[in-house]
Design a protein around this ligand. Structure first.
Ligand code: ADP
Length: 160
């Protein structure tokens, strides 16, 4: 499984998903539906856009989940959780998260996949900020996300 917020998905996420499929036959992309974390896009929107991006990949299942990711893993018999790491800063956070998850689920393996150098500066928050100010993000996200961002980006600008 590859869990995350994907608010919105970027080419960095897509790259991790595509590389994960070289290691595993099937992959759950699990969209965290976490009310404590304020997202620009609803879980339904994030799931829909990921499903659209991977419409032709039959070995990827995109689902939303509003509980602990270890519970999702247990419920679906998943043994490996993949997380992407961009820089040393990411590693500290990811390591603590892996320790917490491992404490809750002993037999879960967490795999850290280093980002592709093309995407090491890329994060969802940066995309939202750029889009809100009308910057071109088409080289940083899939075209489906560009379309989705247009509506929300415009809304944000109007609000300000
Ligand atoms: P979360 O809120 O769970 O961190 P994100 O959507 O921000 O959700 O990230 C999901 C996973 O994707 C995390 O492991 C994150 O480190 C990874 N990730 C995000 N952006 C990139 C990128 N540009 N390259 C590689 N991994 C990334």
């Amino acid at each position: 499984m590859f869990p995350g917020s994907f608010d919105p998905p970027t080419l960095g996420h897509i790259n991790i998903i595509e590389r994960s499929l070289k290691l595993y036959d099937r992959l759950y992309v699990v969209v965290a539906d976490n009310i404590a974390k304020h997202c620009l896009f609803t879980a339904d929107e994030r799931v829909a856009v990921l499903r659209d991006i991977f419409a032709s990949s039959h070995n990827i299942e995109v689902v939303a989940y509003d509980g602990l990711m270890v519970n999702f893993a247990r419920e679906h018999g998943i043994g490996v959780m993949i997380r992407g790491v961009r820089a040393v800063g990411d590693f500290g956070y990811e390591f603590e998260l892996a320790m917490t998850n491992k404490q809750m689920m002993q037999d879960l393996e967490v795999l850290f996949m280093p980002t592709d150098p093309n995407y090491f500066m890329l994060r969802s928050s940066q995309i939202k900020e750029m889009a809100a100010f009308g910057a071109d993000v088409s080289r940083l996200v899939p075209r489906q996300v560009v379309e989705l961002l247009k509506t929300k980006g415009d809304m944000k600008i109007k609000e300000n």
